[in-house]
Design a protein around this ligand. Structure first.
Ligand SMILES: Cc1cc2nc3c(=O)[nH]c(=O)nc-3n(C[C@H](O)[C@H](O)[C@H](O)COP(=O)(O)OP(=O)(O)OC[C@H]3O[C@@H](n4cnc5c(N)ncnc54)[C@H](O)[C@@H]3O)c2cc1C
Length: 381
């Protein structure tokens, strides 16, 4: 039977009406990179989990994932319809679950064994398991292929030794996508393999890192002779680079889809601060509104728009908008009353937005990709 988009949209509307407040851009704070309060650091994860569990129970999670893998088996039009409806409601940020939902689930669906698909994908959509991405190392970020964590073959699996860093949500995760070197003699990109590893194996140690926002969302992860069973291999041994590039492509698309318009909230802040008639403020707000509209259109044209373009534009937009929020707050951005959660959220947004230019590939790397692969310009040096 064909997909009935109108009926599906009505079903989504009914769920959101029953479970979420309608979005009021003049009242709801911008979601920022990762929502944060000084009081309860785990609140964002709990909120994301509760929301996702509700969607799963209503059959509204994993919409376009095949049914045999635990999804709903619907066409891409269902995703678009769902997103159109969701955009009208104040939903929690899903960033704490995004590695599982948007990176691990599609990667496992594409490259995983049948056993891995049935074991992991439904648990990801049901928000039972949080996932993290164990790619970056102290000496391997932009140049990821130079990573050194080693997974040496032994009977029944691999022994992993090395260190990962900047691993978002590792402290909450049940599983991680681990990129490690299985063959040292091969050229950099070859000889890598991807694993879906449980996060509490003997020999693993997770150490949270304190950020300038005051939060601790990412971590160092140490592997000290950790035995990883061979069933954890995701894709073929030595094919890790191809699999990891698929994962990273999903991460850059995610950034583009994540942008939510904030200009109305900023205009309200300008009114409250008594500067809504200031020509410089008005020009800034207009610039933000235009860029947000372009991002929205580009997200609708995805995948025709290169993911690197959306990633780069999204990072710049977040920084412009959050800097505007801090400017409008003036001195309060530096010193505000304890418990002034609206100001606290805006300041956290301002500080956290710097990370958009680094996480998921830096601005400079996105520019290189666009120059070389989209514009066809010669490679640098
Ligand atoms: C908030 C946040 C969350 C993150 N979460 C995760 C995670 O969950 N899992 C994970 O694995 N990693 C994560 N990362 C790490 C992230 O992927 C890396 O920080 C990023 O790839 C950059 O690597 P690096 O920090 O080693 O910087 P480097 O690669 O050392 O870069 C340093 C500077 O040199 C520039 N540069 C490097 N190479 C070039 C080049 N070829 N041309 C021009 N300029 C260049 C960069 O743009 C940058 O300005 C996260 C980072 C942040 C900020």
């Amino acid at each position: 039977m064909g997909f009935d988009e109108a009926a599906f949209t009505t079903r989504c509307e009914a769920w959101f009406v029953a479970h979420c407040e309608p979005l009021d851009p003049e009242r709801h704070d911008p979601p920022g990179l990762i929502p944060y309060t000084t009081v309860d650091h785990d609140a964002p994860l709990r909120a994301a989990r509760a929301h996702q569990r509700g969607l799963w129970a209503a059959g509204l999670a994993g919409l376009c994932m095949p049914r045999e893998f635990g999804g709903q088996g619907l066409p891409p039009a269902a995703d678009a319809a769902f997103n159109r409806v969701a955009a009208g409601y104040a939903v929690p940020s899903m960033i704490p679950l995004s590695v599982g939902l948007s990176l691990a689930a599609p990667t496992i669906a594409e490259f995983g064994s049948d056993a891995m698909r049935t074991e992991h994908i439904p648990r990801i959509f049901a928000a039972d398991d949080v996932w993290c991405q164990l790619f970056s190392e102290p000496d391997a970020g932009s140049d990821l292929a130079s990573l050194r964590a080693a997974a040496d073959r032994v009977a029944g699996g691999y022994v992993v030794t090395g260190q990962k860093v900047w691993t978002s949500f590792a402290q909450h995760s049940a599983y991680g996508l681990l990129l490690a070197r299985t063959t040292r003699s091969e050229a950099k990109h070859r000889g890598l393999s991807l694993f879906a590893v449980p996060m509490h194996l003997p020999g693993m140690r997770i150490r949270p890192l304190k950020e300038m926002t005051g939060g601790t969302h990412f971590n160092e992860v140490f592997f000290d002779d950790v035995f990883v069973p061979e069933e954890c291999l995701l894709g073929a041994e030595g094919e890790g680079w191809t699999v990891a590039m698929f994962t990273l492509g999903n991460e850059r698309n995610l950034t583009m889809q994540r942008t939510r318009p904030k200009w109305k909230r900023l205009a309200e802040l300008a009114r409250r601060s008594g500067v809504a008639a200031d020509p410089v403020v008005r020009a800034r707000l207009t610039d933000i509104a235009m860029r947000e509209e372009m991002q929205r259109w580009n997200a609708m044209r995805s995948p025709a728009v290169p993911a690197s373009m959306g990633k780069l534009m999204g990072a710049q937009l977040e920084q412009l908008a959050s800097t505007t929020a801090a400017d409008l707050l003036g001195a309060a951005a530096m010193a505000h009353e304890v418990g002034d959660t609206a100001t606290e959220a805006a300041v956290h947004w301002f500080l956290g937005a710097r990370a958009n230019s680094i996480a998921g590939g830096t601005d400079e790397v996105q520019r290189n990709i666009l120059a070389e692969r989209v514009l066809g310009l010669p490679r640098m040096g």
